[in-house]
Design a protein around this ligand. Structure first.
Ligand SMILES: Nc1ncnc2c1ncn2[C@@H]1O[C@H](COP(=O)(O)OP(=O)(O)OP(=O)(O)O)[C@@H](O)[C@H]1O
Ligand SMILES: [Mg+2]
Length: 367
């Protein structure tokens, strides 16, 4: 059934075509937030609204009366838009899909739909709508859902693992005097240390996956970065890369949960090391770490000359469980993103394939 909305569009378009358009309809069509194009029975463009010209970046007079073929060979239409028009045509007309979605040159999401067939009396109506806001909400909902699920899952795993570990720990302690008699007390020590390590890992895992209130304390950014670089330097050298900590121009104090912030930066440095290791060439791997003041904020940056990322990876980077690594969990950045948001900040990233990646953490400074 043709919708009332489409019926009125059709009517308006016909009126537009055959004579002066009723000004109410004209206003409605011109001021729609979607771009619309109406092709008649012969496939000739008989109407397009203001928004549509803006999307195509073309003049009104230059496309009215064009067919889709003319439009595709329009000299002023960018290559990118021609490509999207062609893909949209293939999906909507040839494959009869209900919609076609794409991301434009500026990173905005768009949805294209086509209404055609008998109920349109031979006319074809194309609508193009920006859906960046919906996409953002969709992604946030997906992330929140996955994190909530992860919280429940990890709580039950911890419960299942911690209990047997406690029992093992108890029995080893009971056996300790016997091992001592056999001159094997060292074994007991190792087992106990390993059980404690396993407990610590579970504890850390639970802390990182469960939304928790940050234990905030004031700390100078320079001290924080120095400590993290010290922690990772030797691991980096072993992996054939060098970490350069740039001296800060001024002292900056932030109020953060130090443990959580360390976790974020450590994960980014580890990611950088892994991206360098996965790069095909033998160039020396370099990781640059530093921070600068930007108004009332500090921007902490971690950049590497590793393998970089394509647009598809960049798009899904912060999704829980998204990983391109064989042994990755895909949790590092999604947890980092939540930690930084909990601190009133944000993470941005830029990357070029085979050249490298730069992460920037923005956080409010303490006044
Ligand atoms: N510096 C980087 N260079 C290139 N790709 C990166 C970089 N940082 C992150 N990525 C990409 O983002 C994905 C997600 O990173 P994230 O830290 O969330 O998970 P992971 O490193 O795969 O696993 P883990 O949970 O063990 O950290 C990585 O698998 C990788 O493809
Ligand atoms: Mg990681």
């Amino acid at each position: 059934m043709i919708s009332q909305y489409q019926e009125s569009l059709l009517l308006s378009a016909r009126t537009f075509h055959s004579g002066p358009m009723d000004s109410t309809y004209e206003d409605v069509l011109e001021n729609l937030d979607s771009g619309i194009m109406l092709f008649d029975e012969e496939g000739v463009l008989s109407f397009a609204n203001k928004q549509m010209y803006a999307i195509l970046e073309l003049q009104r007079h230059s496309i009215l009366g064009c067919t889709m073929v003319h439009l595709l060979s329009h000299i002023q239409l960018s290559r990118f838009k021609k490509k999207q028009l062609l893909r949209g045509y293939r999906d909507l007309v040839c494959k009869v899909k209900p919609k076609y979605e794409f991301v434009d040159e500026y990173g905005r999401y768009w949805r294209v739909t086509l209404s055609a067939g008998e109920q349109m009396k031979g006319y074809s109506l194309i609508t193009v709508k920006e859906i960046s806001d919906y996409k953002l909400i969709e992604q946030t909902a997906y992330q929140n859902d996955s994190l909530a699920m992860l919280g429940k899952l990890s709580a039950s795993i911890a419960h299942e693992i911690r209990n047997p570990l406690t029992a093992i720990r108890g029995f080893i302690q009971l056996l300790r005097p016997h091992l001592q008699q056999l001159g094997k007390e060292e074994y007991a020590k190792i087992i106990l240390a390993e059980i404690d390590r396993a407990n610590d890992i579970i504890h850390e895992f639970l802390n990182s996956s469960k939304p928790s209130v940050p234990q905030v304390g004031a700390i100078p950014v320079s001290a924080l970065l120095k400590e993290i670089v010290l922690l990772t330097e030797s691991e980096a050298l072993m992996k054939g890369c060098q970490i350069n900590l740039h001296p800060l121009q001024s002292e900056m104090i932030i109020s953060v949960d130090v443990k959580q912030l360390k976790q974020v930066v450590l994960n980014m440095i580890r990611n950088a090391m892994e991206a360098i290791a996965e790069k095909a060439d033998n160039d020396m791997g370099k990781i640059e770490v530093g921070a600068r003041r930007e108004g009332a904020e500090v921007r902490i940056y971690i950049s590497d000359n590793g393998k970089g990322m394509d647009a598809c990876t960049l798009d899904r980077l912060f999704n829980p469980f998204f990983t391109t690594k064989e042994n990755g969990t895909g949790l590092g950045l999604s947890v980092s993103d939540r930690i930084i948001k909990d601190h009133g900040g944000c993470i941005s990233v830029s990357s070029r394939i085979n050249e490298g990646t730069r992460f920037v953490i923005s956080l409010p400074l303490t006044h």
